[in-house]
Design a binder for this molecule. Sequence first.
Ligand code: MEV
Length: 326
Amino acid sequence: MEPLAPIPSRPLPVSARAPGKCIVFGEHAVVRGSPELLFALDLDAQVVVRPAPRIELNSDPRGIEENPYFRAALARGWPDPAPVSVRSVTQLPKASGLGSSAAFVAALSAALASASGGLERAALAQRAFDIEREAQGVGSPGDTSASVAGGFVTVNAGEGAPLWSVASGAERWDVRRVEDPGWVWVIGYSGVPRSTADAVRAVARRLEEPDGPRILEAFGDVARAGIEAVGRGDREATGRLLGRNQELLRTVGASHPRLEELLRAAGPAAEGAKLTGAGVGGSIVALPKPGQETELVRRLARAGALPFAVRCSPAGASLVEGAAPG
Ligand code: MEV
């Protein structure tokens, strides 16, 4: 595989974009080193960074105190003492499980890195993870790696072409590229916001119970089988495994009554479906039965979700050349 292009050096103003993500298999368990499969969404966050008399986010000078992602991104990615103004727009609902914070962090880090002389992509993946981890206090580098790399990505699966490994203290995650099967997926946002950090801590406590190791092993088996099923383009097997992954997520308390309603609504038009992201609110992802994409979108809308028919975005974090809107 060709190495991914580094972020090139550009003077301010710089604009960058980065995609959100959809986790297909393995959320939560990945935090403990289990395998995960996810892809970059064709929905993104975009930022413009320009010189300014004071530091501000979307014209608000309190951004630095109030937004921990913004604060950590500047602390780790902007050694220049000159203040910058950042404008950000996003297609990703916040706290929805679709990687809005990872996309913001990856886009902002790419723009700041570009204005600081450019950066290799593996270093950007590590930096974006460090920022998200500092702001959130918990988590794995799956979300930020998908935002930085684009495409389909595995973590700790040993499958695919090596991209990079990302570390936090003694913990290390191996990130690889696998092929996009080219499918349309349907996401339904429940409208119930949640805190990733709270959800991750609650699941971690559940996994400390005596049956935790057995559950973690089951997460790993399902994710490995899921990665294989997606790799051979087997929609039926993928759908079945999505259902098994959801049973495990339910067992560790990551589901929510609204998500269960959406999963029931999706059922007749889907090969399979599960929550995606941290859960306890947020979104579900469903793999449509062939030709049932529109019906699936309709069923989720009727059940009160905000539905998106999505594909994988092959592009990760990148500069938006020539664009510096006000
Ligand atoms: C959140 O999008 C995914 C989790 O596995 C946490 C993480 O991996 O950082 C729940």
